[in-house]
Design a protein around this ligand. Structure first.
Ligand SMILES: Cc1cc2nc3c(=O)[nH]c(=O)nc-3n(C[C@H](O)[C@H](O)[C@H](O)COP(=O)(O)O)c2cc1C
Length: 149
């Protein structure tokens, strides 16, 4: 099975998980980057605002076409109980191509379910979902057994 891991990460937590998933699944990996990044304190404030309004934003060029894959893993941090705008924008751009998906999210503590629900508006129902706290990812306190197979 040909798999792609597509993720966004602002502070490298979701990135760590994405790289682990890609390694386990033998998948290609696409880091989604917004044209206007969310770095720093100002970026943090704009991230919160953009997440609340579910704003679709411009992304940097993508390397891979999800239509070429049997399975697409989509990963995002939780922003105010929603998916990060780069991911929502990626899913919107690729609407109709995301027919076999698994979701993964990271959050400080909460907002996993509402994030998954929002993502489902832009793709088929995910085959599997995993939500981990920042701490669990940092410490490696998780197992991908049953998620990547
Ligand atoms: C704008 C913004 C909003 C956030 N909202 C939430 C939230 O609603 N619930 C939560 O548990 N964590 C929230 N967080 C924390 C992140 O989800 C968490 O730190 C995540 O692991 C960061 O992943 P990343 O390093 O891949 O960006 C928020 C972070 C940002 C920047």
């Amino acid at each position: 099975m040909k798999s792609l891991v597509a993720y966004y990460s602002r502070t490298n937590i979701t990135k760590k998980l994405a790289e682990d998933i890609a390694k386990n699944a033998g998948a290609d990996i696409e880091e989604i980057k917004p044209k206007n990044d969310y770095d720093g304190k100002l970026g943090y404030v704009r991230a919160g605002k953009d997440a609340i309004s579910e704003k679709i934003i411009d992304l940097q060029d993508l390397k891979y076409d999800p239509a070429d894959y049997d399975m697409v893993y989509i990963g995002t941090p939780v922003w105010v109980s929603k998916a990060a705008n780069p991911i929502i924008s990626y899913m919107k751009i690729n609407e109709g191509k995301l027919n076999n998906v698994k979701f993964f999210t990271t959050a400080g503590s909460s907002g996993f379910e509402s994030t998954f629900e929002q993502m489902e508006k832009y793709s088929s129902k995910p085959v599997k979902k995993i939500g981990l706290t920042t701490k669990e990812v940092k410490k490696g306190e998780y197992s991908l057994e049953g998620f990547t197979d």
